[in-house]
Design a protein around this ligand. Structure first.
Ligand code: IPM
Ligand code: MN
Length: 353
């Protein structure tokens, strides 16, 4: 295959993990005889500093014309405590989602056996937890009508039928491929938008008789995720609920640095780690590159290159087993490895396989 990849390293630890992702992509392409080319583009605070826009038109065009986007992270603390800032790095991410029509965000929550002791949950609760959260990504409060003055402010949680139907279709597709259990998460006891979600899901459920569809209020789902994470197989929910629940889900595995995600929709799909830009760690070579590397696995799998994805997952597991790990998951007495060393180890594993 020919892969045209847009690479958006962004801010903070973004460039460091991006490099490891790209190197793994290159190694896998060499191994399997794919041709890969990269185009780098600006986004986030980096793009604000350089061209005054967190998602410049040129970046959009590079993404639009690529087969996939390998995204790292955006965000810079200099904007966080300034509520008057006119442009923010996060707007770049939202613009990218909207302009590329990335309405479906796929966030897997997996556990790694050798890291279970790092989970904030007791091992017996989290063992075997393996589910995916499908988060609607271009609607809801993030993009609904907003208002703010000094005395009043609101965000509108608007959803239309086509927006709900298309994300539920994605969720059913995943449920059919997995264990055929779909949990629709909403707040239908309070919110009109949720009642429409539930109504449409109830209409669609009979089209997927093999799938066991259940409904759960978001507060209950947040609780269930820590009480019994193995209950879930595929979860689908609206934008804001999905934002919150997937952060909760990401720590179950023991390190946020391990979970990748994919955003898909109308145009080029984007593959990125779930974690943010961790500005405090910038340049220190301590950030875990695994989520970024696993997002490359998701990229291959999206294009049905299953063996390629499998090899990356195997290499990642081998690095964990060999204790080639970044500091936050390293065991006492094992060697010291940084972002770069973990990435290089994985690249070598792939080359020698
Ligand atoms: C995420 C992030 C973003 C979101 C922010 C950075 C805008 O938290 O991808 O989950 O809220 O969607
Ligand atoms: Mn988030």
């Amino acid at each position: 295959m020919d892969f045209k990849i847009a690479v958006l390293p962004g801010d903070g630890i973004g460039p460091e993990i991006s490099k490891q992702g790209v190197d793994v992509m290159t190694a896998v392409c060499e191994k399997f005889g794919h041709n890969v080319t990269y185009k780098y583009a600006l986004c986030g605070a980096d793009a604000i500093d350089k061209v005054g826009n967190p998602f410049p038109q040129e970046t959009f065009e590079i993404c639009r014309d690529a087969d996939a986007v390998l995204f790292s992270a955006v965000g810079d603390p200099k904007f966080d405590n300034d509520p008057t800032a006119k442009v923010r790095p996060e707007q770049g991410l939202l613009a990218m989602r909207k302009q590329l029509g990335l309405f479906a965000n796929i966030r897997p929550v997996e556990t790694f056996k050798c890291l279970i002791h790092k989970s904030p949950l007791r091992a017996e609760l989290v063992e075997g937890a393996d589910f995916i959260c499908i988060r609607e990504l271009t609607g809801g409060m993030y993009f609904g009508e907003k208002y703010q003055d000094d005395d009043k402010a609101y965000d509108t949680n608007a959803y239309t039928r086509p927006e709900i139907e298309r994300i539920l279709k994605v969720a059913y597709k995943y449920a059919m491929k997995r264990n055929k259990h779909l949990t629709v998460v909403d707040k239908a006891n309070v919110l009109a938008s949720s009642r429409l979600w539930r109504k449409i899901a109830q209409e669609m459920a009979p089209n997927y008789p093999e799938v066991n569809t259940d409904f759960m209020y978001v507060d209950n789902a947040a609780m269930r995720m820590i009480q019994e994470p193995t209950f879930f197989d595929v979860m689908v929910t609206e934008n804001t609920f999905g934002d919150i629940l997937t952060d909760e889900g990401s720590v179950i595995s023991g390190s946020m640095g391990l979970l990748p995600s994919a955003s898909t929709g109308e145009s080029t799909p984007v593959f990125e780690p779930i974690h943010g830009s961790w500005p405090q760690a910038k340049g220190l070579n301590i950030a875990n590159p695994l989520a970024q590397i696993l997002s490359v696995a998701m990229l291959f799998e999206y294009f049905d290159c299953k063996e390629e994805g499998k090899l990356i997952r195997e290499a990642v597991n081998a690095s964990l087993d060999a204790n080639v790990r970044t500091p936050e998951i390293q065991v006492e007495g094992a060697g010291k490895y940084g972002t770069k060393e973990v990435g290089e180890w994985i690249v070598n594993y792939i080359k020698n396989k």
